[in-house]
Design a protein around this ligand. Structure first.
Ligand code: G6P
Length: 476
């Protein structure tokens, strides 16, 4: 069994003395794969991302079961920053803003060539490493072309693709140049099975295929059988099928509960309590500083709450953790600056000598995130579009005394958690302010009951099972 993803489970840093320090990453895929056990004959193919990673490849340093590809840095930058993060991420999260974006010019075509090269490097490495009939699980929008390329090289393999993001609705997908739409679908549909986090994204994918090239692909929704894309010859004869699946990755309760009671988390709780002040309520958010996470509108909603309900002044603190992400891209740097500017503006407008309305932290610290989850009275998860959103699933599992979830209807997690959350339209700042007020005033018993139900729903499909389900579906 092989897994392929841009970011792997480990990264390296060159130390002052020239040695290499390894750092293991987190996330559902890492815990899902480690849960299947060391005896499993699995290989994870990923990309060298840092200088340390490249050095590790050069020195032949690595972990068993991981193969890092040293793709030239400029090719990787074009594929990752240029195409994956600036085009595909924007399309699937519907982030473009006309009249300035997007423009598919010669520079885009040059970057697209790198995206092809980068995907081919993965396909060739997988073809080389895979045993006869092996299962290959390809991850995410970075590697959309790999299934098609790999099928050409190794038709004996079972190939799956999993999208951790939303999928664009057809009217938005059609923004992409026609030949690029076709290339992406040829790539994805090289898989035997493509899977998503919710049926909403799976349906969007099928709708995008429908009508793209009716002589080649037909999208079907048979009752009592799995949904599929049929591959046609001459517009009629079915030559093979790509099945569609959904696996809603859940939170890892066991890990989170154990990790959130370690000493470093307790220390950070004490420090946070100090920052918040005695007897105040907390509205917590934890995100990468990512355009789709909607942090700015979250701050605007909090300011609106202080305007609409002045009784909350001095009695509530917005604890916002916004960890830098994709800082190679100007639009992310600008967004990070805007989040900081707005937090400062709210603090200078409303703050008093004993009360800081917004406590913003930007340095990534997982122990402090868990501390905030434990303390939170309200968690604000208001993305404008999100594949799943694991914060929404982690908070109820870790919460000490029950926490109200204010949740965007555009997060994948809404399908599973919407019933017990207070749900919002993420663009509606006044509505979100009202939801925050409702959350802050919810009776404690109701809050505790809802948190219990949220935690049960959030952990229904733990990472290990999520992973095994995919593998089993692919093999059958
Ligand atoms: C989020 C998305 C994943 C994606 C990852 C990439 O977690 O849900 O789909 O793979 O971001 O982040 P990176 O930092 O590697 O660009």
């Amino acid at each position: 069994m092989l897994v392929a993803s841009n970011r792997g489970p480990v990264s390296y840093e060159v130390q002052e003395d020239g040695s290499l320090a390894a750092r293991r990453g987190g996330g559902g895929l890492v815990s899902g794969l480690s849960a299947i056990g060391p005896e499993a004959d699995a290989l994870w193919v990923c990309s060298a991302l840092s200088d340390g990673d490249r050095e590790a490849v050069r020195r032949g340093v690595g972990e068993d079961g991981v193969r890092m590809l040293d793709i030239p840095a400029d090719v990787h930058a074009d594929a990752y920053n240029g195409i994956a993060n600036s085009v595909l991420w924007f399309v699937h999260h519907m982030l473009y803003q006309t009249p300035l974006e997007p423009v598919f010019d010669a520079e885009f075509r040059r970057q697209w060539a790198s995206y092809e090269t980068y995907n081919r490097a993965f396909a060739e490495a997988l073809a080389h490493e895979a045993a006869e009939g092996a299962a290959v699980l390809v991850q995410d929008y970075h590697l959309c072309l790999v299934p098609g390329m790999l099928r050409e090289l190794r038709p004996d393999l079972r190939i799956g693709h999993f999208s951790h993001t939303p999928w664009a609705p057809p009217d938005y997908f059609r923004i992409l140049p026609d030949d690029i739409q076709a290339r992406l679908m040829e790539g994805m549909l090289g898989a035997d099975r493509v899977a998503f986090l919710t049926w909403r994204w799976a349906t969007a994918f099928q709708n995008c295929v429908q009508g793209l090239d009716p002589d080649r692909w037909e999208s079907t929704w048979p009752s009592g059988a799995p949904r599929a894309i049929e591959h046609l010859h001459d517009g009629r004869r079915i030559t093979r099928k790509t099945f569609i699946g959904v696996h809603g990755l859940g939170a890892d309760a066991e890990f989170l509960q154990a990790r959130s009671h370690q000493a470093d988390v307790e220390e950070r709780m004490a420090a946070l309590r100090e920052e918040i002040g005695e007897g105040r309520k907390t509205v917590v958010r934890v995100d990468r500083t990512e355009l789709s996470k909607n942090i700015v509108r979250g701050l605007l909603a909090y300011r609106q709450l202080l305007d609409d309900h002045p009784e909350w002044r001095e009695r509530v603190v917005h604890v916002a953790f916004a960890y830098p992400s994709r800082q190679d891209l100007a639009v992310y740097r600008e967004y990070t600056a805007e989040v900081q500017r707005l937090a400062e503006e709210i603090n200078s407008q409303y703050g008093t000598p004993g009360w800081t309305p917004v406590v913003l932290h930007v340095k990534d610290d997982f122990a402090r995130s868990l501390a905030a989850y434990r303390l939170a009275d309200v968690a604000l998860v208001n993305p404008i579009r999100d594949g799943m959103n694991l914060v929404a699933k982690e908070v109820p599992v870790v919460s000490d005394h029950g926490c109200v979830l204010v949740l965007s209807r555009e997060a994948g997690a809404y399908q599973e958690l919407g019933k017990d959350a207070i749900t919002v339209n993420p663009y509606d700042v006044v509505g979100t302010a009202g939801a925050l007020h409702e959350a802050l005033t919810m009776p404690v018993e109701e809050r505790a009951e809802r948190t219990k139900r949220l935690a049960a729903a959030a952990t229904a499909l733990p990472p290990a099972q999520w992973f095994l389900d995919q593998l089993e579906a692919l093999r059958s």
